[in-house]
Design a protein around this ligand. Structure first.
Ligand code: NDP
Ligand code: MG
Length: 382
C-alpha cells in the first residue's frame, strides 16, 4: 500500500490522480491533500477520500470551513500548508500537481523529507531545475515524471544506459491553433485557445499548448529530468498525439511509447513504478482506426515561445526563471481578457531582453528574479 499526498487535488491532474487511487484501493491511499480556490469540490473530496490533512489557499478559507471539516482532518493553509502536505510524515509519495512556480518550495521540502515525488508541476523544474535535481540527488530521492512526454521517455529508457542516448524526440500536438498561420492569430479569443484538439487539461497548460510554450517548458523539463544537453532534445509536431515521445540511441534505434491520449496512464505509471497495473477504463489503441501518423518540424518563427524556451534553456542561469514567470503572468492576463494572444509572447520576449542573467543562481536569487519578472510584466500592462 502506497500512501499518497497530493498537491492540487482539485485540478485536472489532481482529480485524475484521485481516479487512479479509486481504481486501486488495495494499492493506494490518499493521506494528505491541498486545494486552491475550489472549496466546494475540495470538501466533496475530503468526504470521499478522508485524508488526514487538508491545506487550503488562504486564511479566510481556513476560517470559513474550519467547522465543516471532520475532526479527523487537520486543516492548514497557505505556503506552510503546502509544505505540510508535501512532507506529511505518513506519505510515501508526493504527487505535485499544483500549477506554477508556487510548487517549488513544497517540492524542495518533500525532497528534504525523503519523499518520492511524482512531478506534474513542470514550472518548478523550469524555474529551478538545477536546484531541484541537485537536491534530489543529494537526498537520494526519485523524481518520477507525470507529464506524458517525459513518462514516455522514462519508459523508453527502462533497462537502457542514458549515456547511449543520442536524441530525445519530444512530440507536440501543436495545440488549438496548429492549423492557423501566424497572421490569423491576431484576434483569437480565450475560448478558441481553450479548445484543445486532443487533450483535456487545466486552463493554463491549454493556453501554453496553443502558444507552444508548453513544449518549450517540456524541453527544459526534459533537460533536467534526464540530464541531456539541449542540442540532443528535438521537438516534433505530431498532430495525432499517439506517440507520446521517443528516444534515439547511438546505434540509430528509436524506441517510442504509444497510447491513446489519457493522462491517467502516465499518472498511474508514476504511482505504480516500477510495477504496471491494470487500467480497465483505458481506451485501447487501435492503430488501424488511427490509420496514419503525421510528423512535421516546428517552425520557430511561427512558434516563437518554443524558440524563447530553447534560448532561455541554453543561456541557463536565471533565464528559465524569467521565461516561466513572464509566461505565468502573461497567460493569466490573457485568460482574464486583459491582453491579446500574441501579446503573451511579446511580454515574454521583453522580460527576457530586460533581464541581466545571473549564473548558478541560489534559491533566494531565483525567488527574487521570479518576483521581479512578475512585477516587470505587470508594469508592461498598465
Ligand atoms: P489545474 O489548473 O487544473 O489545477 C491546478 C491545481 O493547483 C488546482 O488544484 C488548483 O486549485 C491548485 N492551485 C492553483 N493555484 C494555486 C496556488 N497559488 N496555490 C496552491 N494551489 C494552487 O492545472 P493542471 O492539473 O492542468 O496542471 C497541474 C500541473 O500539471 C501544471 O504544472 C501542468 O503544467 C502540469 N501538467 C498538466 C497536464 C494536464 O493534462 N492537465 C499534463 C501535463 C502536465 P483550485 O482548482 O482549487 O483553485
Ligand atoms: Mg506534456
Amino acid at each position: 500500500m502506497k500512501k499518497i499526498s497530493l498537491l492540487g487535488a482539485t485540478g485536472s491532474i489532481g482529480t485524475q490522480t484521485l481516479d487512479i487511487i479509486t481504481q486501486h484501493p488495495d494499492r493506494f491511499e490518499l493521506v494528505a491533500m491541498s486545494i486552491g480556490k475550489n472549496v466546494k469540490l475540495g470538501m466533496e473530496l475530503v468526504h470521499q477520500f478522508k485524508p488526514k490533512l487538508l491545506s487550503v489557499l488562504t486564511r479566510e478559507t481556513f476560517e470559513q470551513i474550519k467547522h465543516e471539516v471532520p475532526s479527523s482532518v487537520k486543516l492548514s493553509y497557505g505556503d506552510e500548508g503546502l509544505v505540510e502536505v508535501a512532507t506529511f510524515s505518513e506519505a510515501d509519495v508526493l504527487v505535485n500537481a499544483v500549477i506554477g512556480s508556487v510548487g517549488l518550495g513544497p517540492t524542495l521540502a518533500a525532497i528534504e523529507a525523503g519523499k518520492t515525488i511524482a512531478i506534474a508541476n513542470k514550472e518548478t523544474l523550469v524555474t529551478a531545475g538545477h536546484i531541484v535535481t541537485q537536491k534530489a540527488k543529494e537526498y537520494g530521492v526519485s523524481l518520477l515524471p507525470v507529464d506524458s512526454e517525459h513518462s514516455a521517455i522514462f519508459q523508453c529508457l527502462q533497462g537502457e544506459d542514458i549515456k547511449k542516448v543520442s536524441r530525445l524526440l519530444v512530440t507536440a500536438s501543436g495545440g488549438s491553433f496548429r492549423d492557423k498561420r501566424r497572421d490569423q492569430l491576431t484576434n483569437v479569443t480565450v475560448a478558441d485557445a481553450l479548445n484543445h484538439p486532443n487533450w483535456s487539461m487545466g486552463a493554463k497548460i491549454t493556453i501554453d499548448s496553443a502558444t507552444m510554450m508548453n513544449k518549450g517548458l517540456e524541453v527544459i523539463e526534459a533537460h533536467w529530468l534526464f540530464d541531456i544537453p539541449y542540442d540532443q532534445i528535438e521537438v516534433l509536431l505530431h498532430k495525432e498525439s499517439i506517440i507520446h515521445s521517443m528516444v534515439e540511441y547511438v546505434d540509430g534505434s528509436v524506441i517510442a511509447q504509444l497510447g491513446t491520449p489519457d493522462m491517467r496512464v502516465p499518472i498511474q505509471y508514476a504511482l505504480s513504478y516500477p510495477d504496471r497495473l491494470d487500467f480497465k477504463k483505458q481506451e485501447r489503441l487501435n492503430l488501424w482506426e488511427v490509420g496514419k501518423l503525421h510528423f512535421n518540424k516546428p517552425d520557430f518563427e511561427r512558434y516563437r515561445c518554443l524558440k524563447f524556451a530553447y534560448e532561455a534553456g541554453r543561456s541557463g542561469g536565471t533565464m528559465p526563471t524569467v521565461l516561466n514567470a513572464a509566461n505565468e503572468v502573461a497567460v493569466a492576463a490573457f485568460l482574464e481578457n486583459r491582453i491579446t494572444f500574441l501579446q503573451i509572447e511579446d511580454y515574454i520576449e521583453q522580460a527576457l531582453e530586460n533581464h541581466q542573467l545571473v549564473n548558478k543562481p541560489s534559491l533566494e536569487t531565483i525567488i527574487e528574479v521570479d518576483q521581479q519578472t512578475r512585477r516587470f510584466v505587470h508594469s508592461l500592462m498598465t
